[in-house]
Ligand binder design. Structure first.
Ligand SMILES: [Zn+2]
Length: 161
C-alpha cells in the first residue's frame, strides 16, 4: 500500500495545508482532537526520528514556527508538540493547540470537522505565518470521495486511544 503522507506531500491527495517549504509540509488533521490540530511531515519518506537526525531537528524547528503562527491565529491556552506511536509509517509530529476547559492529546476523541471549517482554519493559520513562510503553497485538486484506504489511515489513532 502506498504511503498516504507521501501522497499528501506530492499533492496527489488534497489536504488543508497550513505551511510548506522545500522539505516539509504541515496540514490540518481532518479528525482533530483539538481545534487546529496540525500534522507536520518531512516530504522525504522516513519512518522515525532516528533515520535522519538532521532532518528531524529541522522538523522540530518547523513545528515551532507553525506553533507560533497557531498561537497568533487561534489564541489557544497552550500548544503541545508530540511524537506519538502511529500506524502511519511516515514520520510526523503533531501540534495540538488546546483551549480553556479542554482535555488535550489522546484523551480526546477525534472529531470529524467539515471541509469548509477546515479550510477556514487553514487560511487563518496560513495568514498568521507572516515572517515565517518560506514558500507559497500550491493546493492539490479537490479529491473525490474518500477511499476505504484513506479512511483507514485517517482513523489510525482510534486504535491507540
Ligand atoms: Zn511516506
Amino acid at each position: 500500500m502506498e504511503c498516504h503522507f507521501c501522497k499528501i506531500a506530492r499533492k496527489e491527495i488534497s489536504s488543508k495545508i497550513v505551511y510548506e517549504d522545500e522539505n516539509f509540509v504541515a496540514f490540518l488533521d481532518i479528525y482533530p482532537r483539538s481545534k487546529g490540530m496540525t500534522l507536520v511531515i518531512p516530504k522525504k519518506h522516513v519512518k522515525s526520528l532516528d533515520e535522519d537526525e538532521d532532518l528531524s531537528g529541522r522538523l522540530f524547528l518547523t513545528c515551532i514556527k507553525i506553533a507560533r503562527a497557531i498561537m497568533r491565529a487561534l489564541s489557544p491556552k497552550a500548544i503541545a508538540i508530540a511524537y506519538l506511536p502511529s500506524h502511519v509509517e511516515h514520520l510526523h509530529l503533531r501540534i495540538y493547540p488546546y483551549f480553556e476547559n479542554e482535555i488535550p492529546l489522546i484523551e480526546n476523541k477525534p472529531v470529524e470537522v467539515k471541509k469548509e471549517e477546515l479550510e477556514r482554519l487553514a487560511e487563518t493559520i496560513r495568514n498568521s505565518m507572516e515572517g515565517e513562510v518560506v514558500q507559497k503553497t500550491e493546493t492539490a485538486k479537490e479529491s473525490r470521495d474518500r477511499s476505504e484506504e484513506e479512511i483507514f489511515w485517517l482513523k489510525r489513532d482510534w486504535q491507540i486511544a
